[in-house]
Design a protein around this ligand. Structure first.
Ligand code: ABC
Ligand code: CA
Length: 467
């Protein structure tokens, strides 16, 4: 599927080992131990209904290839990022047939599959690595000369030194070598076809020279979203010219901070978004927007006020890019930094009538309603109609979002003249299903309650029983 095909989609990111087991059992899973907990591709298949019921039409799964076996001082390779053999599957997650069945089942359900891929490195258990353990590149000469990345301001170091540490060195591929470049271009081409991937999430993009990526992305021939883990718009921006899209890290940090306390800075969020809109190749349109992922603490590890949580969670669904929800956020998980942010979802019982699950369903529905209501929606840049100490009014017609970081004890009010509604038009908040009227000039003047956000248009309020 192309970037255009993905733009209207909404992605559920899951850690394969932690999402669902093959037989539906719920074994204990102590995140602190960093070991495999038994989640599988079969398990994912069995719970696709849970994901689809929330309104998602794409999933992003963990890397699929064979990883180092055994237990390191940093645990096991349950997350899938410790590649050992590029040409084999990680059999902890299932068989070749299982992965293909996941792909075909998704497609039958009208959903897309995004596979996470790692090119930058192979994982070792000693330093120097035992290179013969790697497939297919099994010689020291296939890797950059050893050095740790110590200076993130030195881009050559970032690209050619190694990630990881002495426990698990991440041997850095010599991606300047033509044979290695050719291998990876063929590899991604075949992987996408073999497993019917509709898109790829590319790991560690900033750790390989920019000129590597266009041919790789062309060989994949499906939508690509790159991880450039950096909070600076100016640093991330050039990468939007070499992959289809990037994960929106620059917005992630101010988003988290804006709603993490009642004194968070909403202007910082607005300013970052505006900077990205004007400097990324496609503005913010294709960026993957998220509040949580496998590398960062869950939002509720630092703030559990549900009004702040619901405001923060709304953001990815109301902005210009593609929403990504990290599994478990909908169940209110509170794990801190890696490894604690990788809880087993089966411990939640996959309950669908919880407030945050319903919140996500409503947000997906509101976004879908906006897309359906206007063929210009996806090409219309969001605008901040007002930014105050504790409130934000975001317009992306026909969507209008009122956000606040006042918290559940606050009574927010938002007031903006002439938003473009008809005079006295009835407006329904998708989240509360309460009705208010636009003023006679088509502006809004709203008094909220309990620090809750408001989002229009609504899609589910006619059938409140489904909420
Ligand atoms: C393991 C242990 C952890 C332990 C860690 C040192 O080692 O499990 O407990 O803390 C995988 C596993 C991890 C594992 C690592 C290393 O491998 O999932 O559990 O951690 O063995 C990607 C993936 C990630 C994956 C890998 C490796 C890469 O999303 O899940 O990790 O394949 C860098 C990379 C980034 C990478 C991330 C983990 O490390 O760039 O691609 N993620 C700065 C740097 C970033 C750096 C980041 C974290 O620190 O600039 O490049 O990311 O180290 C902002 C600044 C940023 C700054 C952040 C922290 O603050 O603007 O520049 O990022 O304000
Ligand atoms: Ca590298």
């Amino acid at each position: 599927a192309s970037a255009q095909d993905w733009q209207k989609r909404s992605i559920y990111q899951l850690v394969t080992d932690r999402f669902a087991t093959s037989d539906g059992s719920a074994p204990p899973c102590d995140t602190g131990e960093r070991i495999y907990c038994n989640g599988t591709w079969q398990g994912v298949i069995s719970r696709l209904g849970y994901i689809q019921n929330m309104g998602f039409d794409a999933i992003w799964i963990s890397p699929i290839v064979a990883n180092i076996e055994g237990t390191t001082p940093e645990g096991q390779a349950y997350h899938g990022y410790w590649t050992q053999d590029q040409n084999a599957l990680n059999d902890h997650f299932g068989t070749d047939a299982d992965l293909k069945l996941l792909s075909t089942t998704l497609h039958e359900m009208g959903m897309y599959l995004m596979i996470d891929v790692v090119v930058n490195h192979m994982a070792a258990t000693s330093l120097p690595p035992n290179y013969t353990a790697f497939t297919p590149f099994d010689e020291q000469a296939d890797f950059h000369r050893f050095c740790w990345i110590t200076d993130y301001n030195n881009q050559t170091d970032v690209e050619q030194c190694w990630l990881g540490d002495t426990n698990v060195p991440l041997a850095d591929m010599d991606t300047e070598d033509d044979a290695i470049v050719d291998f990876f271009n063929n590899w991604i081409h075949n992987l996408v076809i073999e497993y019917g991937a509709d898109g790829v999430r590319i790991d560690t993009v900033k750790h390989i020279r920019k000129s590597f990526w266009p041919a790789f992305v062309a060989a994949a021939n499906v939508f690509s979203i790159g991880e450039v883990l950096d909070g600076d718009v100016n640093y991330v921006s050039p990468y939007t010219g070499v992959v289809d899209s990037v994960l929106d890290y620059p917005t992630y940090y101010p988003l988290y901070r804006a709603f993490n306390t009642t004194s968070g800075n909403l202007s910082e969020l607005a300013d970052t978004v505006k900077a990205a809109q004007s400097s990324y190749r496609l503005g913010e349109f294709m960026t993957g927007s998220f509040l949580e992922n496998q590398d960062n603490p869950r939002f509720q590890s630092t703030q559990t006020d549900q009004a702040l949580v619901k405001n923060a969670m709304a953001w990815p669904f109301i902005q210009d890019g593609i929403p990504i929800l990290y599994y478990g956020q909908e169940q209110g998980y509170t794990g801190g930094n890696d490894p604690y942010n990788r809880e087993a979802l089966w411990l939640s019982g996959y309950e669908e009538d919880k407030p945050l699950v319903m919140h996500v369903r409503t947000l997906n529905a509101a976004r879908k309603a906006a897309i359906a209501a206007s063929d210009q929606y996806l090409n219309t840049s969001l605008k901040f109609l007002s930014v105050s100490q504790n409130t934000l009014v975001v317009s992306k017609p026909p969507m209008l979002t009122l956000l606040t970081n006042g918290g559940s004890a606050s009574t927010p009010s938002w007031s903006v003249p002439d938003v473009g509604y008809a005079g006295d038009e009835d407006l329904i908040d998708a989240l509360s299903c309460d009705t208010m009227k636009a003023d006679k000039d088509g502006g809004v003047s709203v008094q909220g309650s309990g620090g809750m956000p408001q989002v229009r248009p609504d899609a589910l309020c006619d059938s409140r029983d489904v909420r």
